[in-house]
Write a protein that binds this ligand. Structure first.
Ligand code: FAD
Length: 471
């Protein structure tokens, strides 16, 4: 039987390997002696200075060693499936990020590709330790493994973008109902786990950046996909993220249990892009929602999404190497989809028709336009949108590919475990159960426009989308 790691509070003076063994948030990537002139935090996914267990760990360790902390932030133009829309959002968040990091007493070193070499930077500042954050996606995990090979100093990563660490669930969870009780049993331990909002004790003299953080903009020279325009109407960065959280708590948390499936009202939190870019940590959001003056049913409905569904998606991406392909879906769903492979499709659309929202279905077209214009699609529509791709494309494989391509290119929160799990749920029955057999879908759950019309005012949703500004 696999043992669930138990969290123990261990003194900073304890050897690094023992600290990592005692705390499932920490992963020792490279051990060694802590000898040098600074501690480096290689910030990647957790783009914030508050509620960031990786930054806290770097500061605590640096304080114990009497060393300064350098936060090394080094965007590269080859983040998998990222394009101008995603990079623009990332760069617009940098000025506030830099200010907040410096307020913690660390330096913020903004070294943009081609000046992004972590191992070279660690040598430059004589790092005694490099700390990283975690991202379970294939390529980003490979970058961390490569860093462990190339660095000559100890390297520890911290699972800072979940509440209950991914390591606590060593196998792929079958469904929300299998994760929920285990998650609930550990939740209070990690929500209560101390964070250290204090400043680093030793002042850091900032090494030169390659770009002024206050003038951060996607470099013209970067060879990236520029076909999807930025969405400037959505403000970026940790300050904007906290304002979005405050607005949700004040205006929309009350009623969330009822309104979250109403795309016409658009009453959800709209926090997913901030969570994706790490401008907000999930623990800060969860604590704020727990403490909010809103009915318990609304707080619980929201925490189910933020904690159980989101961390179920992260478990899927971390434990299933095929998380972004149809093969990653459960065997029962693959069998039933295969049995219906040759069923006639009621409509067949190519990728360009779908991209340009030119199908026969006003609801689907509106959902696609919402994503193209605003960089987000309402959660209910995402389910409907992906189910229709299964129905209107030649094969489940094609549906999966078109869904991931469109979702990752157009949603500000794309390229995320939530997206891959959501698509696998809609097309491949992930975290779901078999339903009644029907054409094309087999036993995979079906959705149709009549069901949507029973839940919300479809015409009002279409009107809301049509009023959105063009990006
Ligand atoms: P709220 O309803 O306010 O929920 C709060 C937070 O809980 C969200 O920000 C998100 O982090 C989490 N959450 C909510 N619903 C889910 C869910 N079903 N699964 C996992 N976490 C959830 N989410 C993304 O972050 N990125 C994606 O690319 C993405 N693509 C999706 C594609 C499909 C086909 C489907 C069915 C779902 C997808 N989701 C994705 C999940 C979900 O639809 C969005 O997280 C949610 O709509 C974001 O809006 P919100 O922040 O207002 O959500």
């Amino acid at each position: 039987m696999t043992q669930t790691p138990v969290f123990r509070s261990v003194a900073v003076a304890t050897p690094l390997a023992d600290r990592c063994a005692a705390d499932p948030r920490l992963r020792m990537r490279r051990d060694g002696e802590l000898r040098g002139a600074s501690v480096v935090y290689w910030m990647q996914r957790s783009q914030r200075a508050r509620d960031n267990a990786a930054l806290d760990f770097a500061i605590e360790t640096a304080d114990a060693l009497g060393l300064p902390v350098h936060v090394f932030f080094a965007p590269v133009p080859f983040f998998p499936r990222a394009n101008l829309r995603a990079y623009d959002f990332l760069f617009r968040g940098v000025p506030d990020l830099a200010r907040e990091v410096r307020a913690r007493g660390a330096s913020f070193v903004f070294r943009v590709f081609p000046d992004h070499d972590l191992a070279a930077f660690a040598r430059e500042v004589q790092a005694a330790l490099v700390v990283g954050d975690e991202n379970p996606l294939r390529e980003t995990e490979a970058w961390r493994q490569e860093a462990a090979r190339r660095l000559a100093v100890p390297f520890v990563t911290v699972d800072a973008d979940v509440v209950v660490p991914t390591a606590c669930f060593p196998k792929q969870e079958f469904a929300a109902r299998t994760l929920r009780p285990k998650h609930r049993a550990l939740l209070d331990t990690f929500l209560a786990a101390p964070t250290t909002p204090r400043r680093a004790r030793v002042a850091a003299k900032a090494p030169p950046p390659s770009l002024d953080p206050d003038a951060a903009a996607v470099p013209e020279a970067w060879r990236i996909d520029r076909s999807v325009p930025p969405v400037r109407s959505v403000p970026s960065g940790p300050v904007a993220a906290r304002a979005a959280l405050d607005a949700f708590l004040a205006e929309r948390l009350t009623g969330y249990a009822e309104t979250r499936n109403r795309p016409d009202l658009d009453a959800c939190s709209r926090l997913s892009a901030y969570l994706h870019f790490g401008h907000l940590g999930p623990a800060e959001v969860a604590r704020a929602v727990r403490a909010a003056d809103a009915p318990q049913a609304d707080r619980e409905a929201f925490l189910e999404e933020l904690l159980v569904r989101r961390e179920l998606a992260i478990n899927f991406a971390a434990r299933n190497p095929d998380y972004d392909r149809l093969q990653g879906c459960p065997a029962w769903a693959l069998r039933t989809l295969d049995a219906h492979r040759r069923d006639p499709r009621p409509f067949l659309y190519d990728a360009a028709t779908l991209r340009d929202a030119r199908t026969h279905d006003p609801l689907w077209n509106a959902a696609q336009r919402e994503m193209t214009r605003s960089g987000r699609m309402h959660g209910y529509c995402r389910m409907y949108w992906a189910k229709k791709l299964l129905e209107w494309t030649p094969s489940p494989e094609a549906a999966f590919e078109i869904a991931t391509d469109l979702n990752d290119a157009r949603q500000l929160d794309g390229r995320d475990p939530n997206g891959y799990a959501g698509i696998a749920w809609a097309i491949g029955g992930l975290h779901d159960r078999p339903w009644f057999e029907r054409p094309v879908f087999g036993a995979v759950r079906y959705m149709n426009a009549a069901g949507a019309a029973r839940k919300f005012d479809v015409d009002a949703y279409v009107r809301r989308v049509d009023a959105l500004p063009q990006p």
